[in-house]
Design a binder for this molecule. Structure first.
Ligand code: AHR
Length: 501
């Protein structure tokens, strides 16, 4: 019997809703077809955005959306995507599939999508192939309220009032596709570019995100922070509000990522092991950030994470389209638990990517749409948004064949805005159910409700069988004198809502 100890009186931090953020790139069928079909499409839409997809995303309360990339961001020239659509430049999307990008989805369309979703905006600027002036003017175009060349241009293009840009990324993966820079070089570029990312409205400041490391490149984190903090007042924190981190989970490594749906038990456990590596990455990059920012004013922004498998057979290799099984659900549940437990440092995370690419929550095929197992995990976890993280410890063991082992369970616990305690648990074992004693150090569990996502490890939804995997209510939990008693089924993600008296 494993024990889960919870101290309801000990608040460890605030869980930013942005931890459940998303990412949309001009990549494959994410923007075009997945989110945006244009006003004249036979697919029901509002101002070009698919109604079915927007509705499904609203159900999981998307807190923030990152756009336009990814690698696309450092080749994107925002002025190509404004003004009358028939005049917008066409270009080749060299990174992703070599297809024609007609720029019909640009700044105005992104802001309209976020308005419909009711989410915050995270724009990623171009450092790799763009100028300081171009970046500066984009910020002016979006946020300046008054008379200026860019504000006038925005009004001419039909939007009199400025928008709110909540987050602005100064480049993406500048160690790679964003310019192949050295950390000191990027640190210098960051200092210069960010200077002109102006805050035109002090009541609605733009939070600046610097490009952080790829996986375990601790030298990048150290040197970027060293460079950006040099000869800066301490309280400026390197002139940044956030530093990103990218880490994808692929069971066979970069060269041989493996199939999204056809995998062995060993590959299952290897995936769990590799995804759990996020815990170490957050801890170690966090320790470097602590040296420069002990007060934790700069957020760690894990703005690309999730499973990256081989593309579905027969699809464009540059479109990165993959299916999504119960394995993805576990990966999502584990990572969201890790982010919650590090919420003192992790302030945002954006799963890649929202629709039709990598670990998506939605897949579309023409006018059809399905919710993936990952969508259901976000559905289960949404009660953690804006909640207070509570102190909790779960007794775990390692599971899986020698060399491919991962912790058998993960958890996080919060006190929600609804005044209830929310417990999320994952069971990584494909063969064992685990009985758990939940022990509350104070208070008493007066009522409990559960929702679970569980199934055989390969199970997934298809356009012909869209509800193979879905949440159901969970009854195998009982109130006890000191807390709760439950059995966590194999291969599952569980959310318990507990009334504590
Ligand atoms: O998400 C796909 C790509 O992965 C992004 O464009 C890039 O930032 C990362 O390498």
């Amino acid at each position: 019997m494993a024990k889960l100890h919870i101290r309801p009186d000990v608040v460890k931090g605030h869980i930013n809703p942005e931890i459940q953020g998303h990412f949309s790139e001009h990549l494959g069928r994410c923007i075009y077809e997945g989110l945006y079909v244009g006003e004249n499409s036979p697919i029901p839409n509002t101002n070009g955005m698919r109604n079915d997809v927007v509705e499904a995303l609203k159900e999981i309360h998307i807190p923030v959306l990152r756009w336009p990339g990814g690698c696309f961001a450092d080749e994107y020239h925002w002025k190509d995507g404004i003004g009358p659509k028939e005049n917008r430049k066409k270009m080749i999307n060299t990174h992703w599939g070599g297809v024609v990008e007609d720029n019909s989805f640009g700044t105005h369309e992104f802001m309209e999508l976020c308005r419909q979703l009711g989410c915050k905006t995270y724009i990623n600027g171009n450092v790799g192939s763009g100028t300081v002036q171009e970046m500066s003017e984009w910020v002016e175009y979006m946020t300046f309220d008054g008379v200026s060349p860019m504000a006038d241009l925005r009004a001419k293009n039909g939007h009199e009032k400025p928008w709110k840009v909540d987050y602005f990324g100064v480049g993406n993966e500048n160690w790679g596709c964003g310019g192949n820079m050295l950390p000191e070089q990027y640190g210098m570029m960051y200092r210069r570019y960010q200077t002109y990312v102006r805050n035109y409205n002090n009541a609605a400041p733009v939070a600046k995100i610097a490009c952080g490391s790829n996986v375990d490149d601790y030298e990048w984190t150290e040197k970027v922070l060293e460079t950006t903090n040099r000869r800066m007042p301490k309280e400026a924190h390197g002139a940044m509000d956030g530093l990103s981190l990218h880490y994808y989970t692929h069971p066979g490594g970069w060269e041989n990522k493996g199939s999204a749906t056809d995998f062995t038990e060993t590959e299952w456990y290897e995936t769990m092991k590799r995804t759990y590596y996020m815990e170490e990455l957050v801890t170690r990059h966090g320790a470097i950030m602590d040296k420069y920012d002990p007060e934790k004013k700069v957020g760690m922004i894990v703005d690309e994470w999730g499973c990256w498998f081989d593309v579905e057979p027969g699809t464009n290799p540059g479109f990165l389209y993959q299916q999504n099984t119960m394995r993805d659900a576990l990966v999502a549940g584990i990572n969201l638990n890790i982010f919650n437990k590090h919420c003192d440092r992790v302030k945002m995370a954006n799963i890649a990517q929202m629709v039709n690419v990598l670990q998506s929550v939605i897949l579309t095929d023409g006018e059809r749409m399905i919710k993936t197992p990952t969508w259901f995990v976000f559905y289960l976890y949404q009660a953690h948004q804006d909640a207070e993280l509570l102190d909790s410890t779960l007794e775990t063991a390692m599971v899986g064949p020698e060399g491919h082992q991962a912790p058998n369970m993960t958890e996080s616990v919060s006190m929600g805005k609804d005044g209830k305690m929310h417990i999320t648990l994952t069971n990584e074992s494909v063969s064992e159910d685990y009985p758990i004693d939940v022990i509350l150090d104070s208070g008493k569990a007066a009522a409990v409700e559960g929702m679970i996502l569980t199934g055989e490890m390969h199970e997934h939804n298809t356009f012909d069988n869209p509800e193979q995997v879905k949440c159901t209510s969970f009854d195998d939990v009982k109130l006890a004198d000191d807390g709760l008693k439950l059995t966590l089924p194999k291969c599952s993600v569980l959310h318990l809502t507990v009334t504590v008296k």
